[in-house]
Design a protein around this ligand. Structure first.
Ligand code: GTP
Ligand code: MG
Length: 198
């Protein structure tokens, strides 16, 4: 089996105060979007299970996984992750997964300008139809393939800056920046005082 994964689903973004006064858990719905083959499922598998499988299968429909991390400010974030299918035939399903999402990870492959164009399509779609306060990350994956790079850091950073997103390059293969990606999202999520209950 490849990077594809699935398990039972639960989905919305909310803030729960659990028993202990110093322990706060934020539950957040996170969606991954991007062209087929950019490595979305591999990013999720690396983040959740610490694994990489080079013979990844394409995702059909979407798959769900969750992972909890602790941030430095003693906040705990439970990511409820929807890994969508990038193939064109599934594009019409995407709203089911990004609707109500508190965070979106838009992925492209640094060796593929077409996938960077597709990422921009998803950013526009999220700007039109996503939650107004959604935290968006632009992710250039496969940074280990730098010898075949076609999308520069500068153009991606500029695009992210002009669209209020943060930008990071990752490698699901080497694990480079995978945890940092999710930690950065966690840091940017609205904190209790400003988080709306849903
Ligand atoms: N070199 C390299 N290959 C990667 C990396 N991440 C994923 N791949 C490879 O890219 C291919 C596609 O990865 P997937 O994670 O299945 O891609 P996807 O975005 O989930 O594709 P769909 O499910 O069709 O939307 C696989 O052959 C992976 O092994 C990476 O960081 N570096
Ligand atoms: Mg996939």
């Amino acid at each position: 089996m490849g990077c594809s994964t699935s398990s039972p689903a639960k989905s919305n973004g909310s803030f729960d105060e659990r028993g202990a006064s110093d322990s706060k858990t934020m539950r957040i719905k996170l969606v991954l979007l991007g062209d087929s083959g950019v490595g979305k499922s591999c990013i999720v598998l690396r983040f959740v299970r610490g694994q990489f499988d080079p013979s990844s299968k394409v995702t059909v429909g979407a798959s769900f996984l969750s992972q909890t991390i602790a941030l430095q400010d003693s906040t705990t974030v439970k990511f409820e992750i929807w890994d969508t299918a990038g193939q064109e035939r599934y594009a019409s399903l995407a709203p089911l997964y990004y609707r109500g999402a508190g965070a979106a990870v838009v992925v492209y492959d640094i060796t593929s300008p077409e996938s960077f164009q597709k990422a921009q399509y998803w950013v526009k779609e999220l700007q039109k139809f996503g939650s107004p306060d959604i935290v968006m990350a632009l992710v250039g994956n496969k940074s280990d393939l730098h010898a075949s790079r076609k999308v520069t850091v500068e153009e991606a950073q500029e695009y992210a800056d002009s669209n209020g997103m943060f930008f990071i390059e990752t490698s699901a293969k080497t694990a480079d920046n995978i945890n940092q990606l999710f930690e950065e999202i966690g840091k940017r999520l609205p904190r209790p005082a400003t988080t709306q209950k849903s």
